[in-house]
Design a protein around this ligand. Sequence first.
Ligand code: DQA
Length: 151
Amino acid sequence: MKTVYVLNGPNLNLLGTREPAIYGRHTLEDVRRLCEEASSEHGFSLVFRQTNHEGQLVDWLHEAGQLHARGELAGVVLNAAAYTHTSVALQDAVNATGVTLIELHISNTHARESFRHHSHIAPVARAVIAGLGVHGYPIAIAGLARVLAAG
Ligand code: DQA
């Protein structure tokens, strides 16, 4: 059974109360449940995590990279939150590990402030999903299943 990593960056622990007009009322626990359902539907085991620290995301990408090297990783869904727009280290980690990664945003970052229009992750992502609310997460997991099935 392959594993899917769903990694969430800073301030996403506050989902549900954080700017609900932008991010909705679903909590991170709701997102975890959606990811659990999608993972079991596609026969993946799930690692679901959140951190407010950039280096922790780098360490988790390295951990996912070790599974990737053993052929045990389905892929990574990464909502790096604000680090999307600032972190060269995250782009380097994706390149260094070779993981298949889908960049995920709850909001449509391109319809927001111009500083959110640039992503350091997008150039090394297999796909980018933005603006579907929390429902983007199970769609991203389904996307990883499709990518795997296509070989
Ligand atoms: C976000 C969009 C980012 O610009 C922002 O910094 C976030 C959340 C999203 O899911 O829409 O924290 O990644």
